[in-house]
Write a protein that binds this ligand. Structure first.
Ligand code: FES
Length: 412
């Protein structure tokens, strides 16, 4: 029986492409034949080492690493499943030994820097004319110098220099303790004014010398069961400056939400392991997007998070076990604001993480994101919105009522 007859499919992530494999071709050829261009300096000869990819599932179905791979990859990398696309091919002798057809599933992760084109994520769509209303604004102020005539304290002088039309009554404005500690020196050394970063129209979360109004960034994360995507956006104008994605590293502990819940139940440190995996992935994406956009991570002041209920809980370090048990209730439904540093996320020191609310059961904050962006709640006609992911959700309704449901869709 040939490989082709056994219908071997390879899922390439994070680009979500499923491709049928043909006999005796390297993964390099499978990709290029399908129009997915990858980096190569040697034209597939195995000498440049540029075509590294990670075989996440089905490694046992591949040929043994070649001499070229022994030279280009470390022993550890080979052990973890890294291969050169131009050397790796499915080995039909190994495949013939497999009785369980389920085991013929192959999943390959393509690192960001392997792909020539940045075509991985759908970034365009119907513009619903969403009005920008960021939680974080920056204001450049020129506070008066203190004098004997007006011995006004530093923080209050800052308050008096704030433009009243930009903020709610200034009496409500607060300052983070860490920023307050730096204020007396900062306010006396600045010549060109100070730039304040204000969260929710109320809380000063950063103060820096000069005018840095342009450097006001936020990052939105969609934590999918299989893929995590981060969109780095300038909060002043809503322009997306960089997008980066990773395979959710939790897939190493289970492909779907139920398997991950089981892993957490059966392993004492399971929740910590899965939580660290997702936090590390988010920090990696933060670094990558900052590098692409040439900005400093300290200029990111807010993160927004969506994900299904299980991803939401694991991200927060909350045990998701009870979502998987009748009556399937989450630990919390409402939205949350948490300091990024408390979650281990590497942005501005006082940066905020806004976690969108979940809906019910497995229908989580990602569906809130779908509703907000599609604006289905404003439609007069009965409208159906479908979000197909490893976990799939639908929303049906209009301006009067909305109903949602979810099911495992990855297998479909
Ligand atoms: Fe150069 Fe594979 S393309 S090593």
């Amino acid at each position: 029986m040939t490989i082709h007859n056994r219908n071997i499919v390879i899922d390439f992530e994070p680009i979500s492409r499923r491709i049928y494999y043909s006999d005796n071709e390297t993964i390099y050829h499978t990709l290029t034949k399908s129009g997915i261009r990858i980096k190569s300096l040697c034209g597939g000869k195995g000498t440049c080492g540029k075509c590294k990819l990670l075989i996440q599932k089905g490694l046992n179905l591949f040929n043994d690493p070649t001499m070229a791979e022994a030279e280009q990859l470390s022993k550890n990398e080979i052990k973890e499943g890294w291969r050169l696309a131009c050397q790796a091919l499915l080995d039909y002798r190994k495949i013939e030994q497999i009785k369980d057809l389920q085991s013929l599933h192959v999943r390959i992760f393509l690192p960001d820097d392997l792909l020539v084109e940045d075509f991985k994520i759908l970034t365009t769509g119907v513009d619903k004319g969403i009005q920008l209303n960021p939680n974080v604004i920056k204001l450049c102020v020129h506070p008066d110098k203190p004098s004997l005539n007006k011995p006004i304290p530093d923080f209050e002088r800052i308050l008096y220099s704030l433009p009243p039309d930009k903020l709610k009554p200034i009496g409500n404005v607060e300052i983070e303790y860490n920023i307050l500690k730096e204020l007396p020196d900062l306010i006396r050394t600045q010549e060109d004014g100070l730039t304040l970063t204000i969260l929710n129209n109320k809380n000063i979360i950063n103060c820096e010398p000069g005018n840095t109004l342009e450097k006001n960034f936020g990052i939105a994360f969609d934590i999918g069961t299989t893929t995590i995507v981060g969109y780095l956006m300038n909060l002043n104008d809503g322009k997306i400056h960089a997008i980066s994605s990773l395979l959710n590293p939790q897939t190493a502990y289970g492909e779907d939400v139920i398997t991950r819940i089981t892993y957490i139940k059966e392993n004492k440190d399971g929740l910590n392991q899965l939580n660290s995996a997702v936090i590390n992935a988010l920090n990696t994406i933060i670094n990558k997007t900052c590098k692409k956009a040439r900005i400093n991570h300290s200029n990111i002041y807010e993160i927004s998070i969506v994900g299904n209920s299980v991803m939401h809980h694991i991200f927060l370090g909350i045990n998701p076990t009870y979502i998987g048990l009748s009556p399937y209730v989450p630990a919390i439904q409402r939205n949350l604001n948490i300091k990024a540093r408390n979650l281990g996320l590497n942005i501005s020191r006082e940066g905020n993480v806004h976690v969108l609310p979940v809906i019910a059961g497995f229908v989580g904050a990602d569906t809130i994101g779908v509703i907000l962006s599609s604006q289905v709640e404003k439609e007069s006609e009965m409208t159906l919105v479908i979000d197909i992911g490893t976990n799939g959700e639908i929303v049906i309704g209009n301006k009067n009522i909305l109903a949602t449901a979810s099911c495992a869709a990855g297998s479909a």
